[in-house]
Every structure is written in C-alpha cells, then in structure tokens.
Design a protein around this ligand. Sequence first.
Ligand SMILES: Cc1ncc(C[n+]2csc(CCOP(=O)(O)OP(=O)(O)O)c2C)c(N)n1
Ligand SMILES: [Mg+2]
Length: 410
Amino acid sequence: MADAGMLRFHVPEPEVRPGGTPDFSNVTIVVAGSVPRPEIDVDPRTIRDMAFSIIRVLNRDGEAVGPWAGLLSSEELLEGLRNMMTLRTFDARMQMAQRQGKTSFYMQHLGEEAVSCAFRKALAPGDMNFPTYRQAGLLIADGYPMVTMMNQIYSNEADPLKGRQLPIMYSSKEHGFFSISGNLATQYIQAVGWAMASAISNDSRIAAAWIGDGSTAESDFHSALVFASTYKAPVVLNVVNNQWAISTFQGIARGGSGTFAARGLGFGIPSLRVDGNDYLAVHAVAKWAAERARSNLGPTLVEYVTYRAGAHSSSDDPSAYRPKTESDAWPLGDPVMRLKNHLIKLGVWSDERHAQAEAEILDTVIAAQKEAESHGTLHAGGKPSTREMFEGVFAEMPPHLRRQRQQAGV
Ligand SMILES: Cc1ncc(C[n+]2csc(CCOP(=O)(O)OP(=O)(O)O)c2C)c(N)n1
Ligand SMILES: [Mg+2]
C-alpha cells in the first residue's frame, strides 16, 4: 500500500535498443512436431493452450516431423520454394527500382515469404483474401503475372489500376485478392462481412482476413471478431506477428494478452499459433482453418510468428530503433533456407540446383522488369491518361467532375 494515491501507468519497452545485444529469450520455441493436431470440429475450450504454443513441422535437422507433417508432395514443396525465392528476388529488384527513382515507394516481405506463399496453397479457387501490403506472395503463388505487378509499381500506361493506388496496393478479383486499402484493419471487418455474404447466398467460397501485430490495436479487429464469433462466419482470421509495427515493438499492441492468438479466446474462437517461417507448418495450419470454415464450423484465428527482416518500407530506417543484427538472432531462422534444407534432406534438391534456380529466377524477374519498363516508369515513358482519372468511379459522371474534365481539356 506504500503507493496509495500515486497512480502510474505502464509503457512496455522492447528488450533491446540500437547498440544493444539482440535478445529473443522472451520468445519460447517449442520442439518441432510436439503440438497435437486436433480434429477440425474440436471443442474450442479444449485447445485453449494452443494459443500459447507454436505449431512447428521442420526441425533443426531439416526433417518434417509430427502430426502436422505429410500434407505436401515433393513437387508441391519445390513449387513453394520457387515461389518464395521469386517473391524475394522480385522484392530485391523493386526495392532497387525505388532507389533508382523508378517508383515512389516499395514494401518488402523479407523473412516473411512463407506466410503468404504457403497460405495461398491452402485455399480453393474463388476464395477471397483481404490482404495488407505484406502479402504479395498470395499473388505470386497463384501465378498472377509479375509484369502486371510491376506496371502498377511504376504507375505506367499499363498499370491495371491506372495510377490511382499506391504502387504496391494490388487488386485482382480473379486471383482472390481484394483491393488493398492503406487503412489497416479494415480488411478484418470486410473479410468477415464477405464471408457472411457468401454464406447468406449459399455459396461455398470462404474468406481470409489479414492483419499485422500492430494493427490488431485497431477497433476494427475487435469488431470483426465479435461478428465472426457470433455468426460463425466462414473466415480464416490471420494475424502476422512480425515483431514490429514500423518502429513500435509488438508488446505495445499485444498488451497483457500474452500472445496475439490469445485475443481470440475471449470470443470462443479456436486460436492457433504457428511458426511463420516454416512453409509446411503454415500450409498445414491454414488448411486446417480453411477446412473448418468450409465445413460451417466457423472462424479460426491464426497467429504467424515471424520476423520482419527488412525495413518497414522504402521510407524506413530500422537501425534507428532496433539492433542491426537482430534479424540474425531471430530463433525461427529463414523460411527459404529452412525449406531448401528440407528438400536437400529429402534428396530432391541440392546447393547446385538452388544456385541454378536463383539465377533462373533472377533472369525471369529481370525479363518481366524490362517488359514493364517498356511501358514506362514513374518519371519516364508512358503514363495513364489524365482522362482516365475521371473515369471508372461513378456509374454516371457527376456534373462537377464533367466540368473539371472539360477544364483539363481531356
Ligand atoms: C488505420 C491506420 N493507422 C495507421 C496507419 C499507418 N501505418 C502504416 S503501416 C503501420 C504499421 C503496421 O504494423 P503491423 O500491423 O504490425 O504490420 P506490418 O507492417 O508489420 O506488416 C502503420 C501504423 C495506417 N496505414 N492505417
Ligand atoms: Mg508487424
């Protein structure tokens, strides 16, 4: 009682700051293969501890172990590796293009490639993602043309969104990729609403909501969980915990809940945590959650434990707020290297083949980049016409816009 009358509040602090030694001793890593795989119709009350564990398949020796292993063939795993390598190479080239002034802005996925690439493979055609800017792997893994993505990044004459969106905010109905909105957490309520609409119209398509650790602090996240829980919407609720929200560490948005997955427990939603750098674990958990949604068992909340190894965006400098070597100390490793080692262990891959694949992928990405640049970049070549700025928004153009278009002489 010594403090009676003196109120305080608490501001969580990251373990270390720039110049310090990285410390992830607060991240408890369970042994691969040790978390059980319940039936999809499990009573959520009996699996509450899964919100505090981590489902892992790949062990330190590159073997796939435990009840969540065995869902993917070697061919599917090789395709997964290629998709992750493609996303990484695409990112590196586009980050460079931003530095060269060919686009205004870019956001990388470095270290988080497994999350979106493996998740895509657990969905069926027609399912709809409501992604953030950190899930371009959903498009790459679904075969969306890289050159179309680049056209948008360059805001050139072939930009499918005609220069109206931020460079990396893609949109493709055909590839189940709802237009990205920069307003974070809106994706959650939209996904739950879309899933409910799908059920109301007796459809079979499910939705997937996406959010980062930091954005779970937004009220949209919590409202979405109320609707998903009450109406048992056919939706997978994804939280990508990459440890950082620009310069804010995950402890701020997580608060006292222990984990982000634990946020689902108060809503009675089955909530799992998974090793986000383990392609096999991400895919297996996504498949489990998608099957639940498709079987009218309702929502599942999945927290992907990963690390944002790159900067937040091309406008960010992480050395201002975290040790430079922090990503090397991340205990769950690198998703590309882990899948590569597994495939070598299976005898279907080698260091030589990996190096050859890297070179081939780089050639493919550069060829796509050349093609996109032939349509223009931010400051050179073709641009969307000024006329298009006025079109495609209203079914019938209102008089004030018609006047402005006439004034612009287009
Ligand atoms: C509603 C809203 N608030 C603030 C921002 C500005 N903002 C852009 S990215 C970002 C950090 C988000 O972090 P997190 O949710 O962890 O996602 P990550 O970037 O790590 O993938 C913020 C605050 C925004 N875009 N939308
Ligand atoms: Mg984050």
